[in-house]
Design a protein around this ligand. Structure first.
Ligand SMILES: [Zn+2]
Length: 443
């Protein structure tokens, strides 16, 4: 417990040289633990000719092999119920979550009691960092069914906030909770935060005047880190928005925004971050964009050594104005969602940043990626606000097309302008990209 600015001041503000010493010690132990207890790591380290004694500096980690989602899928259930990546007997495991399986077979993530307790302490750190205190009332509006984000509510309870285990309620029920109990904080996805605020208004409830929500935590999509989206949601609710970032492969939220809102602090006492070149796998310097690769430093049930996340971004290790020394990650997109037009990497988040920043359109969008003569192209559909009578559809299309060209570097083949309300509003993870290419592009 704390009455100050930080949940754990010693850890969060540790000078970087001390933090790196701490990481090195923890990394040595984690590598040894993995090697001695996980059949997979024993085999893969031996095959690569590396072992626990080869970690002299943090940079030595680059000699160790990567793992990814495929490694998880191929090893789960092999040899034991928990699979070959796991490093403890089933008796020591007290919780598993599973991924949604939206990109293939669901993967399972196991936790020992210590893993679970330390994870919840990190969740408390993020809530506290975002300003949650014990006098807050908090609605946890995330899925509790199998999803790793469910138990994160315990982190808020540890702060002493009054917690309402909302889960994925129908909107009218959630609005009833917001009106009746007047909670001050809520966690949901950015698209749902937007949808819910709009739904409140349609039902005669003004989120700013009639409700007490002052802090919104979002995760699951990039919207919270896209300034236009963040500001639009903040304005709709009259609240501060904080982006959280999690991976079921590690634990709930692994990184979160502080008041500076310039990237997300990652729990570097638990996770070692590398950024690697997408093609060669070579380690890049901090500040350079590449694929984010994480190594757990304390997890026992399933250590993750050099896990390629498929997330593209960079880490900033300079000290933040909030006083925290842990690096901040800036995620720009998923490797799977990226497409290449005229040798330029395009992420849906870039399109979103433009669309949300333009006046006279609703901020909703749909991207269609197509190919013509073996060349990749993209089209963007936007919605014109009903109240926008000053422009023709052609004016709107030209304006958005120019703005996209300016931000991304390549303009879309077409911008289509639809009527307000045409694009389907999604309540959870929004699917805003339709990929119609027949070719497989390797990046
Ligand atoms: Zn900060």
């Amino acid at each position: 417990m704390t009455d100050g600015k930080y949940w754990n001041e010693r850890i969060e503000t540790m000078p970087r040289d001390k933090l790196e010493e701490y990481q090195l010690e923890a990394l040595r132990e984690e590598i040894r633990f993995a090697y001695e207890h996980s059949p997979y790591y024993k085999r893969s380290f031996d095959a690569a000719g590396v072992g626990p004694d080869d970690i002299g500096t943090l940079a030595d980690l680059s000699r160790f092999p990567f793992i990814d989602k495929v490694t998880q899928r191929d090893t789960q259930g092999v040899g034991s119920f928990l699979g070959e990546l796991c490093a403890v007997p089933e008796d020591d495991v007290i919780f598993i979550s599973t991924s949604s399986g939206s990109t293939g077979v669901p993967t399972m993530s196991p936790f020992t009691q210590k893993d679970f307790d330390e994870w919840q302490d990190v969740e408390s750190r993020w809530f506290y960092q975002a300003g949650m205190r014990k006098n807050d009332r908090y609605v946890h509006a995330l899925n509790f069914s199998l999803y790793v984000g469910g138990p994160d509510v315990i982190g808020a309870q540890r702060i002493g906030a009054l917690c309402i285990w909302g889960g994925t309620l129908p909107s009218e029920r959630l609005i009833f909770i917001l009106k009746t109990y007047q909670p001050t904080c809520i966690w949901t996805s950015p698209s749902y935060a937007w949808y819910l605020g709009e739904t409140c208004k349609k039902n005669g409830v003004d989120p700013v005047k009639d409700l007490s929500i002052r802090k919104i935590f979002v995760a699951g999509e990039l919207g919270g880190s896209i300034e236009g989206t963040r500001r639009a949601i903040e304005e709709l609710w009259g609240a501060e928005l904080y982006d959280f970032y999690g991976l079921s492969d590690i634990f709930g939220a692994c990184a979160a925004m502080c008041e500076a809102k310039d990237g997300l602090h990652i729990a570097e006492d638990h996770i070692l971050v590398e950024t690697v070149d997408l093609n060669s796998g070579e380690v890049l310097k901090p500040g350079t964009t590449g694929e984010l690769v994480y190594t757990t430093l304390r997890k026992h049930a399933r250590p993750m050594i050099r896990f390629r996340t498929g997330d593209i971004g960079y880490i900033d290790t300079t000290k933040c104005s909030c006083g925290r020394t842990h690096g901040r990650i800036h995620v720009v997109g998923r490797k799977d969602d990226m497409f290449i037009v005229s040798a330029v990497n395009v992420f849906p988040s870039d399109v979103e940043a433009v669309v949300r920043g333009q006046k006279g359109i609703t901020g909703e969008y749909l991207i269609r990626v197509t190919e013509k003569n073996y060349t990749c192209q993209y089209e963007v559909t936007v919605e014109r606000e009903e109240s926008n009578t000053a422009e023709t559809d052609e004016d709107v299309a030209a304006r958005v097309q120019n703005a996209l060209k300016a931000r991304i570097g390549v303009k879309p083949a077409k911008v289509l302008v639809a009527k307000e309300g045409t694009i389907e509003r999604s309540t959870h993870k929004a699917k805003r990209i339709i990929d119609e290419r027949k070719l497989t592009y390797h990046i």
